[in-house]
Each structure stands twice: as C-alpha cells, then as structure tokens.
Design a protein around this ligand. Structure first.
Ligand code: ADP
Ligand code: MG
Length: 288
C-alpha cells in the first residue's frame, strides 16, 4: 500500500473580493512507503496547498488524499504523520523541552519513552543547550529546528515537511539532510517541499516538479541525473608522460578508452559531464 496517494487534487481559493485563485489543478501523485520524495517548485506553485490538503487543514475543491489508505478527512490518518508546517510557531512562553513533552503527551506517548525521545531529539537538533529557555528568545533557525523536532518526537512512519531547510544556515541545512537520510535508512517515508534543487539532489529517491498548480514532471533523481549526462571527460597520462583530457559522447566512450589503453596511457579519471537538477528544474518550470 502506498504511504500517500493523491488523486485529482484541485484547490481554488476565494481571494480578496471573492476573486478566485487557482492554486492546484488535478494533481495525481503516489508516494511509496520508505520513499524520500522531494516536492520541488517555485514560490506560489501550490506546494503548501498540497501539504495542507494532506494534513486535512484545508478542504480541497476536488480530489482525494489517502494516507496509508485512510482518507485525509479522517483525523486518524494523521496519527502516523510527523508534520512540519511552513512557518512553525509555538506557545513561546514554553521551553523546547516543555513543548516536546506537550506534543508527546498529546500524541499519547508513554512518559518514560517520551522523556528518552525528547532528549534524543533535542540532542539531534542541537537544541540541548537552549532546551530550558523560553522559545520566544530563539533565533529563526532554532524555531525551525524545533519545528522539525516536534515532527520527530513521536517516531511516526511518515514525515510531511513543508520547506524543512528554509531559514537555516549551512550547518542547519546539513543537519536536516542527515536527519532525512537517517529516516530513510530506518525505512520511514519522507515527503518534503523545497524550491532548492540541491536539497532534492542530496537526499531524494524521486522528485516531483510543480509549477502554477500543475505537477509537471515526476521522475527518480537517478534517472534525471542519468538523462542529463551530456558526455564524459577522460583525464589521462599518455605514454610520453604528458597529461591529457578527452571529451567524448556516451557512444564514443568505449572506443576512446580502448584506444587510450592500447596506446599505454594511464587513465586518471572518467567523469560524466551533466546537466544538474537545477537545469532540469528550470527547463520544466520555464516550459510550464
Ligand atoms: N488562503 C489563501 N487565499 C488565497 N490564495 C491563497 C491562499 N493560500 C495560498 N494562496 C495562493 O495559492 C497559490 C499557491 O500557494 P502555496 O500553496 O502557498 O504555494 P507554495 O507553497 O508552492 O509557495 C499562490 O498563488 C498563493 O497566493
Ligand atoms: Mg509554501
């Protein structure tokens, strides 16, 4: 069974003066259990609208969402999800430790398990030192990390994260990437939105590109990077001791290697030259 199944999801908001804003148009998407899925799109593409529909926070105009087979309209569908909203905010008179306890108790966690888990999460997110200070004194990055912490504390099966790397410095971003990779290793399902292609390249199995409310492309990261290969660069040292570089296409690669080896050259490296995720993303979004 898929962890997440979205069919024909559409959303039209009523904006100012009842003006219609179409945020999503007929989105179909399946995310398998154990998969890390990157939901990539520019600002205003419809990422948060999709995520809020999954979380049952807004009512779609059309379509349906199921979480492990349970309709998102049924509150029990949320019990297996850890959710990071796009702009997390907390009861800021609480400390991080108190907040995680509050979340854990609300989720019905056993006190001793909760204590152990919240200490683990505080350590993991580098919040241990600030854990007994009121949240109102936290920096934006610390609030963002606590937002991820409260999604992790009850050890759910699926993580729905709306721009988990936003507002973080490079150390914070690396930390979040490591956490996502760790979740993947533990067989968890992760669905996260971002507008930064490098984040997707680093951690995702598959990526979906959304622009102007339409899911334009869904593919595996490996396949996107593979398709983007333009050719190969061979660096070698020839028999007379001089260094050389050869650029060849995929079709020419075998023959070029054979020829170099026959001429007693020493191959130093063979690297693919490729369009990266950024060019793929731009090509899809510009086309939309
Ligand atoms: N509550 C709302 N009322 C009216 N329009 C909205 C509302 N929320 C989002 N929108 C519009 O829907 C579109 C998609 O927004 P959103 O899902 O937040 O995009 P993203 O998360 O990809 O940046 C945008 O045009 C946005 O202005
Ligand atoms: Mg958003």
């Amino acid at each position: 069974m898929n962890a997440l199944s979205i069919t024909g999801l559409s959303k039209t908001y009523r904006g100012k003066k009842l003006q219609k804003v179409t945020a999503l148009v007929g989105l179909d998407l399946e995310v398998a259990a154990g998969e890390v899925f990157g939901f990539l799109g520019p600002n205003g593409a419809g990422k948060s609208t999709t995520i809020k529909s999954v979380m049952g926070l807004i009512r779609p105009t059309a379509g349906a969402v199921k979480v492990y087979g349970v309709p998102a309209t049924d509150p029990s569908s949320r019990s297996r999800i850890g959710y990071l909203p796009e702009n997390p905010s907390f009861f800021d008179f609480m400390t991080a430790r108190e907040y995680l306890t509050f979340v854990g108790v609300t989720c019905g966690m056993d006190r001793s398990v909760l204590h152990k888990e919240s200490e683990r999460v505080l350590g993991l997110l580098d919040l241990a030192q600030a854990a007994d200070r009121p949240i109102r004194g936290y920096s934006k990055g610390m609030v963002q990390r606590l937002g991820l912490g409260q999604a992790l504390v009850h050890d759910p099966d699926m993580y729905i994260l709306d721009e988990p790397m936003s507002g973080l410095d490079p150390i914070g971003r690396a930390l979040v990437k490591d956490i996502i990779l760790d979740l993947k290793q533990r067989g968890k399902t992760v669905f996260f939105s971002t507008h930064i292609t490098a984040d997707v390249e680093a951690v995702c199995d598959r990526v979906g590109v959304i622009a102007k409310g339409v899911l334009e492309a869904v593919d595996s990261v490996d396949s996107i990077l593979e398709k983007g290969i333009l050719g190969y660069v061979i660096r070698f040292c020839s028999s007379d001791g001089s260094d050389g570089v050869k650029r060849v296409s995929r079709e020419e690669l075998d023959a070029a290697m054979r020829q170099l080896l026959e001429s007693k050259a020493v191959i130093k490296s063979v690297e693919p030259e490729r369009k990266d995720m950024e060019s793929f993303f731009l090509s899809v979004v510009v086309r939309s």
